[in-house]
Ligand binder design. Structure first.
Ligand SMILES: N[C@@H](CCC(=O)N[C@@H](CS)C(=O)NCC(=O)O)C(=O)O
Length: 221
């Protein structure tokens, strides 16, 4: 940790996972400080330096950076080895688009409507799940996402022929989908199913999945 990098957040958050995947892809060592945003006893350092109280928060040297997109932009500029944003402006825009799509549309369906209700409600919030949200996600929102991605995939990765921010954030959302015991059906979405299988076996994803496994087992058995 020679550069004094630290990431504040809970690995279960897709926004935190995105930063963890980027740090792993770039081979950077860092300190992970666990922070549950809605919970009590948050570290003083987090409280004092996170303007919105949201995770992730990142520390580099004596500076603090909020928001996963901003943290990723910083990491790409400060540590340009193993780039995740293509040089070509159009490809770069496309990579950022998919990251944005995952951070909005996919996180609403897979994170807020499915994961929060099927996993967090019973195991963490200790309340009945909102079945209408699960139904909306499974029957309408997620099929629409898969249809869209099926039409966009032309290669091994979403943009160009190497991993970009697009795959980092979209792949992270498929990790969340798997935690909900849902899989992409290869009969209806063959390209997405093959893409997800290939992507999640890339070393950076395999490492992150292994790290999260113990934690998720505590929730879903
Ligand atoms: N745009 C932010 C979103 C971060 C975010 O919403 N984090 C959630 C956890 S997944 C959070 O900290 N929520 C607490 C709150 O809203 O107070 C980012 O990309 O970092």
């Amino acid at each position: 940790m020679s550069q004094n990098l630290a990431l504040f957040g809970a690995p279960i958050s897709p926004f935190v996972r995105k930063v963890r995947l980027v740090l792993a892809y770039k081979g950077l060592d860092y300190e992970q400080v666990n922070v549950v945003p809605f919970g009590p006893d948050k570290p003083v350092e987090f409280e004092e330096n996170s303007p919105l109280g949201k995770i992730p928060l990142f520390r580099t040297g004596d500076q603090y950076i909020s928001d996963s997109e901003v943290i990723c932009a910083y990491l790409e500029k400060a540590f340009p080895e193993n780039p995740l944003l293509p040089e070509d402006p159009i490809l770069a825009a496309r990579a950022l688009w998919f990251s944005q799509y995952a951070s909005t549309v996919m996180i609403t369906a897979i994170g807020a409507h499915l994961f929060a209700e099927r996993v967090l409600a019973p195991f963490v919030f200790k309340r009945e799940p909102i079945e209408a949200d699960i139904k909306l996600a499974v029957e309408t929102e997620i099929p629409a996402i898969l249809d869209y991605l099926e039409g966009e995939l032309t290669d091994d990765f979403l943009v160009g022929n190497s991993m970009t921010f697009a795959d980092i954030m979209v792949g992270g959302m498929f990790m969340t989908l798997h935690y909900c015991n849902e899989r992409v059906d290869a009969a209806t979405h063959p390209k997405v199913a093959a893409y997800v299988e290939r992507l999640l076996s890339e070393p950076v994803f395999a490492k992150t999945i292994a790290e999260e496994k113990t934690m998720m087992q505590a929730f879903i058995g």
